[in-house]
Design a protein around this ligand. Structure first.
Ligand code: ADP
Ligand code: MG
Length: 350
């Protein structure tokens, strides 16, 4: 994980800006009919007739959003695409194009950027999106990546945060808290490595959690599943900051309350053992740990039969009147108000 990959190093200045852009983008091919002109002109040209277009952007900053001492650049490229596609899917739209901008300091050799772009290319291939442009500039400090994603959908398919109704079921995909615990494990190994660079960490028992942190997947499959099951969520959001704050967003925007059942929150067995080891409460981690990129949505009760047996989906609560508040129903059957702390707050407590 922490080995010194002292491969060949080609200085960025050898290529110049245009040479660099050409080199990094030479493998990108356009798969969508809607991409009329991709990389290579002053702007990309897209044609999305009769559909609504969703556009979203995320900026990732070295030292704030990622730590290159344990984040391989290929994974970073992949993740930068995922965090954006996740927002497109959270609107119930199909992601079609992305624009990728980078600011990079000269401490990075060309080979490092090749790795970054290998991850971007991999994501674009698997998720069927075209990389249609970007910008490349220098940075005096670290690496910055900004991705803008574009998606389309029929107007009646769009799902916003503000459509949840009293009585709707609250549903989440996958399991929660894994990405946060993966980060805790990576940070711990980094400290061990600083003291003893020869230590060989056994990360196998945490493989799933580390993958959740380093190689998240946006839930395109869930959007396709909902389409197949003929379920149109009434509201939806992706889980980037933690379950609590996303639930609060849905409730506030829909002017509604909720009951979230602690015992229903989906947790992976690896997460439960890692929480025991770190002496952390797994419910707190699921509520406040971020970066899971799962989808949280509400559906009418009449759709219960369509989703009840699905292994990818968990019904974790239901929506109530705004006056009844937003509460967690604990395993001991007491009501505790849901508070948004987000994963940054959790971090400060450590
Ligand atoms: P301009 O001078 O108009 O900003 P650039 O020389 O920066 O144009 O970019 C040339 C082409 O390469 C454009 O199509 C732009 O969108 C694309 N491009 C620039 N940087 C990147 C990048 N990091 N990733 C993908 N495409 C890029
Ligand atoms: Mg430019």
């Amino acid at each position: 994980m922490f080995e010194n990959k002292d491969q060949s190093r080609t200085s960025l200045s050898e290529l110049g800006e245009f040479g660099l852009i050409d080199h990094l983008t030479k493998n990108f091919t356009n798969k969508h009919k809607s991409t009329i002109k991709g990389i290579g002109d002053d702007a990309a040209v897209l044609e999305h007739s009769e559909k609504q277009i969703v556009v979203t952007s995320d900026l990732l900053v070295e030292g704030v959003h990622f730590d290159l001492s344990f984040m391989p650049l290929k994974h970073l490229g992949y993740k930068a695409i995922m965090v954006n596609l996740s927002d497109v899917y959270a609107m119930n739209a199909e992601a079609t194009q992305v624009i990728v901008s980078i600011a990079v300091s000269n401490r990075f050799p060309l080979e490092a950027l090749e790795e970054l772009y290998a991850g971007i290319e991999l994501a674009a291939g698997i998720y069927n999106i075209d990389v249609v442009g970007g910008d490349t500039t220098s940075s005096t400090t670290g690496l910055l990546i900004s991705v803008t994603a574009i998606g389309t959908t029929a107007p009646e398919k769009i799902v916003r945060r503000d459509g949840a109704k009293v009585g709707d079921l609250l549903v989440v995909s996958g399991d929660l808290g894994g990405a946060y615990m993966g980060l805790q494990i990576l940070n711990r190994e980094k400290e061990v490595y600083k003291v003893n660079p020869n230590a060989q960490p056994d990360l196998e028992p945490y493989a799933y959690l580390i993958e959740r942190q380093l190689k998240p997947e946006a839930r395109k499959d869930i959007i396709e599943l909902l389409e197949k099951l003929e379920v149109q969520p009434t509201s939806m959001i992706d889980i980037s900051d933690g379950l609590s704050s996303e639930i609060i967003h849905l409730c506030k925007q829909s002017q509604i309350g909720c009951r979230l059942y602690e015992e229903k929150i989906p947790l992976d067995p690896q997460l439960i053992s890692a929480c025991e080891e770190f002496n952390l409460d797994s419910t707190t981690v699921a509520l406040s740990g971020g970066e899971d990129y799962e989808l949280l949505f509400t559906i009418p009760q009449t759709d219960f039969e369509k989703i009840k047996a699905n292994p990818h989906l968990s019904i974790i609560g239901h929506m109530v009147d705004e006056k009844e508040g937003m509460d967690l129903v604990t395993r001991g059957n007491t009501l505790v108000p849901i508070v948004a702390r987000g994963w940054n707050a959790l971090k400060e407590e450590d």
